[in-house]
Design a protein around this ligand. Sequence first.
Ligand code: 5GP
Length: 206
Amino acid sequence: MSCKESPHPGLLLVISAPSGAGKTTLSRKLFQIFPSLRPSISCTTRPPRPNERDGVDYFFVDDAEFDDLVEKGAFVEWANVHGRRYGTKKATIDAARAAGTDILLDIDCQGAAILKRQKLDAIFIFILPPSLEELENRLRKRATDSEESIRLRLHNARQEMASADGYDYIVINDDFDQAVAELCAIITAEHCRTQRRYDALEKARA
Ligand code: 5GP
């Protein structure tokens, strides 16, 4: 696959999907293909899974710390997802914008809706699983969640999938390589937008 990057002001990519749709694996692939694309590291009150590291996968905080961040207005968006709180810090977005780097936010539909209302210059992408049955298979196969958590995630998936029509793009993760190719096409096309090309030229001249 040849997805070449070119100079551009940063893209703010917002990707949502029901849990188990393959968003994390797809995002990892995008970070390999586009080395300058950076993940936005969220804060969460969820405890870390065995393979997760603080400051890499999430900033793991307790309820009091999260409350404090909310009170200080540190979040550009935050939401309660599957019974835990998750939030994106304003500082993370501001730093990416200032540096002109592309940033990918892997956030739920509630968070995406909050960002949409703020009229940020963001690109909203929804990843759909091929079906709810396949989603359940994937959740059970990855064996990282309890039965209760799987049920809750499946219940939430129905609602989340209903909000897909508010997004700019929908990618169906049936065939992994095809889904990656579609995501690359979206990113490349967004880099080529006329306004971004002009912005990039202006930035280069400044
Ligand atoms: P997980 O616990 O499986 O890592 O993530 C659960 C859900 O929380 C996923 O749908 C993920 O996109 C969402 N999420 C992760 N970080 C954020 C965030 O900062 N804000 C919001 N609103 N959702 C998030």
